[in-house]
Design a protein around this ligand. Sequence first.
Ligand code: DQA
Length: 147
Amino acid sequence: LKILVLNGPNLNMLGRREPDKYGTRTLKDIMQSLTQSAVNLNVELSHFQSNSEAELIEHIHAQYERVDCIIFNPAAFTHTSIALRDALLSVSIPFYEVHLSNVYAREPFRHKSYFSDVAQGVICGLGALGYEAALMAAVAKLRKQDN
Ligand code: DQA
């Protein structure tokens, strides 16, 4: 199985960025733990972070028939980007939406997502564990489809 983890804008600042909301772990640290979990699950994990909507879109297009699933934290683009939603639909790759913080306990503008209704699942408020939960859910679902 091949799974891509995609992280959107400002997530490269994790560790320094509003630690009360996003925790003190860096993105590198979170992705290292996730990579170890993927190894244990016998899954090939790749990771890409960008602050640019265009780069994220192009990276999604490049995954066509290359990965089985995407774990995506679109960050602020969650609340704004029809283009990223359309990019995911254009490659027909199932994806899980992950947010570190509980977006529903925050400002009303974070309550709207352009992804949730087309995601396999949505995880928020679990911190970095959300990525691990998404990985476990993705693998369980994909392996059942293999039978
Ligand atoms: C976030 C929540 C978004 O509202 C915010 O813009 C982010 C991070 C999260 O992981 O909690 O950048 O996606």
